[in-house]
Each structure stands twice: as structure tokens, then as C-alpha cells.
Write a protein that binds this ligand. Sequence first.
Ligand code: ARG
Length: 463
Amino acid sequence: MAIWSNKFHDAMSNQAYNFNQSIHIDDRLLDADLRGSMAHAEMLGRQQIILQEEAEDLLQELRKMRKEYAEGQLAIDYDEEDIHSFIEAELTRRLGSTGKKIHTGRSRNDQVATALKIYCMDEIDILSEKLSDAILAFCDKANHHLETIMPGYTHLQRAQPITYAHYLMAYVEMLFRDYDRLQDVKKRISAGMPLGAGALATSTFPLDRDFTAFSLGFTDYADNSLDAVSDRDYSIELLSALSIMSMHLSRYAEETIIWTSQEFNFISLKDTFSTGSSIMPQKKNADIHELMRGKTGRVFGDLMAVLTIMKGIPLAYNKDIQEEKERLFDGIDTMKAMISLIPAMLAETVVNEDVMYAAAGQGFINATDCADYLAAKGVPFRDAYQQTGDIIQYCIENDETLESLSVAEYKQFNRQFEEDIYDAIDLKNCTFRRNVPGGPAPERVKDHIKAVTSYFGLDLSQQ
Ligand code: ARG
């Protein structure tokens, strides 16, 4: 029987009841709701809305339920409509009429919104922890490849040489922004504690919303009760942040998949992170990376679903909002699984440094450096660019490279070429001399690694 059953409302049909039920989805909010209920009970006692002894009995029982739940001892009754109804029913089973007092000055609408916000803040902390582990894993790998030369690409065409460390640190930047976004979402969640909003219009009881807000770790309560119960922006914001994060991981996965192909062979995956084929004995597939890429679509879908659920809801609460939770939980779970994989995934990735270096040696990747050499001698860059283009054309026609041309041949294109051109176009030199802040020069990348790792309280040079 639902907690709201009364004389005026006949029993629901089983079919409708089952369709309406959400306890199988929202059971994970149990601990968050118990905390919300404890703050509410304590406030009711302090405000003398219920007797102090009653508040204490409620608090004690709620605390007991939290402990039992943590120890796997709390049997949830899955016949209840949702986890919030279960908590009231269970309190009533245990405390009789005192249990029935927990819902004084409260509605499931503000109760759900509060539990969900508490849950999101907890999950953001867990996600942030996992994300910082992933960021540090990228930094650690980068630290081992400060001088590993590889081709950098634009349009997937070889463009200019970079280092593998510089490449990895690009992902650190993306993930660091993701980290920041999560903190930002949490900041906004914590500024709007919903409890006290009631069903939609607060209460006639003298509720102390400051007390409940601060004791639950919020920085403030929500200022409008209609919005408080029907706002799910935080769910959309969190799913947006997770969608962006998963998009980053998907790009990394995609590149690794391409690079493990025989066509590139920049990277090999250890057997621990690859699969075989049931028919082709020679195959080693990057299934885990492919799934990472695939699950990204799922997180995007979760975001789209919640946006769509919310887009036509008149104020304030409507039951459609119940649907939002399943997608939010799926997005969080999927993202946690994805981000947790990163440290091991990076550790199990073997970098084929020779192949990367050889690839960087092809495709006239140092052509810009040849043009820059002339530009540094005062030749206008556009002229230097044209002359270098002519040199490359000459190399292609004569089966030469920028390294194999003689100075005499160089001089046919510009008299200012001297012996030091070889130094200027040397792969290592032209990578390491890109010493502008943000560039691939090892000392720059090292500084970047240091800045990020010390932000998270780690010193890689000690390892
Ligand atoms: N299970 C519901 C939900 O998650 C609880 C709120 C029910 N409120 C109501 N007015 N029917 O949205």
C-alpha cells in the first residue's frame, strides 16, 4: 500500500502501480535520503515542531538504518513505490506513530530533490578522485617520454614534430578542464538545498532552512520553492560535464585504435588490454578502447534524454522528472567505469619509439623549420615559404630529402643557406627548440607536468 493511500483514493491497479514504481532505480539514494531525513528530523525538534524526544528517536533510528545499510543488513522492501516511501514506512514499522512524524513539513518532492543533490555531490567527489588519478597517470607516462619524438598531425597529415609527452599532456589539459567543470557543477548544486520547499510552496511550519542546509553540507538553500522541487539543471550540467569528459576519452581511444593498426604501429597494446578474434588467430584488437569510444555515445544519450524529459514540464513537480534519475545514474556509472580504466590502460600501452621517430623523419615534417631558418636570416616568411616549397618539389623529383640535399643544392634556391641548415632541420633540434610556453620542448613539458602534479599534491621527480 502506498504511503499516500487514503479513503479518498482507491487502490491502484497493479499494472499502474508497477509502472509508477521507481524503487528499483532510486534504491541507491537510500543513504543520501537518510542523511536528508536526519537533518530534517533534527530541525523539526529544534524548532519544536515535534517533541525533542520524538526528534531524538527519529534521529537514532535513522542513524541505525544508515549503519545497517552500510553493513548490508537493511532489507529494502521492493514492494514500496520508491526509496523515500520505504524510509517512512520502515521508520513507522520501527517507531510506530513517531515514525509517521518524519514527513511533517516535508513532501517527497523536496525530499527527492535533496537526496538527489546529496548523491550527486558524493558522486562528483568520487568522479573527481578517479579523474585526478587519470590525470596523474597521463602525467606519469608523459614524464617517461619527454624526448620521444613523433609526428604531430593536422588533418591527419604529418605536420610538425612533437614529443609523445607533449601529445599526452594535451589530454591532461582536457581532463583538467573536466575536473574544473565538475567542481563548478558541485558548487552550484551546493548553493541550492531544496528541503523546506515542500511539495511546491514551502510550509506553514517555521522550518529552519539554514540549519538543514548547513548541516547537510550545502552552502545555501534554494531561494524559490517552485524551482527547488522541479529543477534538474544540476543533472543536466553533470551529464554535460560527463559528456565532454567522455568525448575526450573517446578521442584518446580513437587515436590509440588508429595507432595500434599495422599501418601506424606507433603503439602496441599488451595482451592484458586487447582481445583476440574467434576466427582469425593473428588478431589483437583494441576492444577496450573501442568500447570506451562506444560508451561515449551512451553518455551523450543520457544527456539528451534528460534534456528531452525536462523540456516541456510545467512548474512545479511532475512525475516525468522521475525518469531523469535512471539516465543520470547510467551516465555516472558509465563514466566511472571509463575513467577508472585510464591508469591501467596507459600502463599497458607500449610506445614504439623507433616507429614514431622514423615516421617523424618522413613527409618533410621539418619543412617549416627550413622556412623559419631563412626567415630568421631576414627573408620575408612568405618568400621563405615559397622557396622551401620549391626545395620540396625538387626533393620529390630527385628522390632526395631535406637532410640529403647538399649545401650547393640548397644555395640554388637561396644564397643564404649555409652548413648550419642541417642543424636547423634536425628532427630533435626542431622539436626541442620549440621552446615557446605551451610548446613541445622537454623543459616546457616538464614544467607543465610539474604544475599539474603539484596541483594534486604529487611530485613525480621523487618517483
Ligand atoms: N519517486 C518520485 C520521484 O522520484 C518521488 C516524488 C513523488 N512525488 C509526487 N508528487 N508524486 O520523482
